[in-house]
Design a protein around this ligand. Structure first.
Ligand code: CP
Length: 325
């Protein structure tokens, strides 16, 4: 267990050592147990987290805010469009100023080509830890919850096979941060990763290079495929979700037009039946129901999506307690 995490930014999970990630998961399990037992754990009494959103959220906002209250502190909800960011406050000014009012700054900024850069600029100007609530490249708190959930359901992840697949959605061009971070974390955990997507939906080459290196070090593997059905066969974990063709499309309309070529990429019971009998279905939510995944799967016995969403709370409390004290 690593105890020197005070003041650390969490922008990409890959920048934290395996031992540090293990520490977060251990503390998260303890906090989850304490909450189930009704045992108070006010590790951040009088501390304040600024939560700055450039994009909508349900789970991330609600779980960070609830988590800060349960730790004895407070969370400020700040939207970029209703602040002077809309009139020119810079990333440096946000880091300097919110860092003086608060004990941590959490940011969601998913705009392609901008989000990660913005969060790093804030972090370099901030005197307090900066936590990535999802950017264009990474979603570390989602992936921590995913690791916790897979461990709870499956035990040791080494040698298990996960299908990280694209699926069709019509609602919006979703960021590629979840599949990118998941492929990194799963290869690091020694899993056999099937990355499945139509050709237009490729991930950033440097992420895939890093994932291949992770797999080489951990004894896991990384295989890329473009056959949706083949991705399901025999796997232990199905993690099929939509993302935009961000490396290819010039705008959302072009992205939507590309997506309409693959409307049959939906996780349904027939496909789930080809996975291992005890395979779990995961999704970070929100999902396009009966477009991206059928109700029979997301509401079925193999779905763990609500436990997965709950674990956002516990892992984020662990990160905040470890970094903001
Ligand atoms: N999974 C996730 O990040 O959910 P929200 O977009 O609702 O925060």
């Amino acid at each position: 267990m690593q105890t020197g995490l005070r003041g650390r930014d969490l922008i990409s999970l890959q920048e934290w050592s395996l031992e540090e990630v293990e520490t977060i998961l251990e503390v998260a399990a303890e906090l989850k147990r304490d909450r189930a037992l009704g045992k108070p754990h006010p590790y951040l009494r009088d501390r304040v987290l600024a939560m700055l959103f450039f994009f909508s959220s349900t789970r991330t906002r609600a779980s960070f805010e609830a988590g800060m209250a349960q730790l004895g502190g407070h969370a400020q909800f700040i939207e970029s469009r209703t602040t002077q960011i809309a009139h020119g406050d810079t990333a440096k000014e946000i880091g300097e100023i919110l860092g003086r009012y608060n004990d941590g700054i959490a940011i969601r900024h998913v705009t392609w080509g901008e989000g990660n850069k913005y969060i790093r600029e804030v972090a370099s100007a901030s005197r307090v830890p900066v936590l990535n609530m999802q950017c264009d490249m990474f979603h570390p708190h989602q992936i921590l919850a995913d690791l916790m959930t897979m461990r709870e359901k499956k035990g040791d992840l080494r040698g298990l096979t996960i299908d990280v697949s694209w699926a069709y959605a019509s609602s919006y061009q979703k960021p590629i941060s979840v599949p990118q971070d998941l492929v990194l974390a799963a290869t690091r955990a020694g899993m056999n990763v099937r990355l499945v997507h139509p050709p237009e939906y490729r991930l950033m080459p440097e992420i895939l290079d890093q994932a291949a290196e992770n797999a080489r070090r951990s004894g896991g593997s990384l295989e890329s495929m473009d056959d949706f059905d083949a991705g399901f066969r025999g796997v232990d974990v199905v993690y099929a979700k939509s993302w935009g063709p961000l490396l290819v499309a010039k705008n959302d309309d072009e992205g939507a037009s590309i997506g309409r070529k693959y409307t049959d990429w939906i996780t349904d019971a027939r496909r789930m039946a080809t996975a291992a009998d005890d395979a779990i279905f995961m999704h970070p939510l929100p999902a396009d129901r009966n477009i991206e995944v059928a109700d029979e799967v997301i509401d079925g016995p193999n779905s763990v999506v609500y436990d997965e969403a709950e674990n956002r709370l516990h892992v984020q409390k662990a990160v905040m307690a470890l970094t903001m004290r």
